[in-house]
Design a binder for this molecule. Structure first.
Ligand SMILES: [Zn+2]
Length: 338
């Protein structure tokens, strides 16, 4: 098969790779129907996260099960499945508490930007759709694998819900999905912080009630102005920089909740700012597996259309162009189809 490899900064190659095989009896092999480029892939693409050896890229995926190992009980060949970007057993105490991304046997996924993919812990990781999906649902289904699940966790961790004012810092695909999630959770007011017209438009379509274009201290001041000087009840941080995290913490009112799902690089949280903020912080790698059945239901019944975050669709062999387009902010998110 062919797959996408990152050799170093801005060096993406689509090249011949070994076909994946069942290694452990709990594995499944999928034929990939769709994969995508993640904002977090850009950290290594840009050289901010060091690439010490060629990396098999892609951790967002959906596809058709081709083969399962001898101990796989529930997932069957022929099923269409969506999986999380962390494989998990879904049975340990951490999984049962709803934190599958930190399963005692968690395995980070990689190599999904390819024709085929090996998924460990298949029964715990994969969720099957009721039947084979129509083609127009595939973008939304693959979004559930990471960006939608991550935005959902961000909104949930920020305790978005009825009567709440929710501010979302970050207008990438995850931030936009957090807006959609906050709407589904019944938030009263949803403020999307965005400076890009196309992303503002999608945020409004996903359920934002207000747009704030200011950033940093000015952005915080705008949120305070809009909330009687108090700050938002709930803030989702979906970027992962020092500025965005400080903006999120300071935009929340005392006693409020900040859900942080951006992947941080070189961030320092000043202890006194944290102390005086008096906010609840909850975040980390999203336990997508927890909400996956619910997200698939919402997509299957066409109540939500998160696939709209993909504003670029490319054949898999043009994965490098997907990275370039996202790096240069020509695209919010690139969908890759074999
Ligand atoms: Zn577990």
């Amino acid at each position: 098969m062919k797959g996408t490899m990152l050799y170093g900064p801005r060096d993406v190659r689509f090249e011949e790779r070994l076909d994946p095989e069942i290694i452990e009896p709990t594995d499944a092999i999928l034929q990939i129907s769709a994969a995508c480029v993640c904002g977090s892939d850009l950290w290594s693409y840009r050289g901010i996260a060091e690439v010490t050896q060629p990396q098999a890229m892609g951790h967002e995926y959906c596809g058709i099960v081709q083969e399962v190992g001898s101990e796989v009980r529930h997932i069957k060949p022929g099923q269409f499945v969506v999986g999380s970007f962390w494989a998990s057993d879904n049975t340990c105490p951490i999984c049962q508490a709803g934190y599958q991304s930190r399963c005692v046997d968690a395995r980070g996924m990689g190599g999904a930007q390819a024709g085929w993919l090996r998924v460990p812990l298949a029964d715990g990781t994969l969720v099957a759709t009721p039947e084979l999906p129509p083609d127009d649902l595939i973008p939304s289904l693959v979004s559930a694998s990471d960006v939608l699940g991550t935005g959902w966790f961000g909104a949930d961790a920020a305790e978005a819900g009825p009567g709440k004012t929710v501010a979302v810092v970050g207008d990438g695909a995850v931030g936009l999905c957090a807006v959609l999630a906050a709407r589904q959770m019944g938030a009263e007011r949803i403020i999307a912080m965005s400076r890009h017209e196309d992303r503002q438009k999608l945020a409004l379509e996903f359920g934002a009630t207000d747009i704030v274009t200011e950033r940093g201290d000015e952005g915080v001041a705008r949120i305070k102005d809009m909330t009687d000087g108090l700050g938002a009840h709930s803030v989702v941080e979906a970027v992962g920089t020092q500025e965005s995290m400080m903006q999120a913490m300071q935009s929340a009112r005392p006693g409020g909740h900040v859900g942080f799902v951006g992947v941080f690089h070189g961030m320092q949280l000043p202890a006194m700012d944290l102390f005086w903020s008096t906010v609840h912080l909850h975040g980390g790698p999203a336990p997508v597996r927890q909400c996956l059945p619910h997200l698939i239901d919402l997509i299957w019944s066409r109540k939500i259309n998160p696939g709209k975050v993909f504003d670029l669709t490319l054949p898999l062999e043009q994965a490098a162009e997907g990275y370039r387009a996202m790096d240069e902010r020509r695209a919010i998110k690139a969908l890759l189809r074999p």
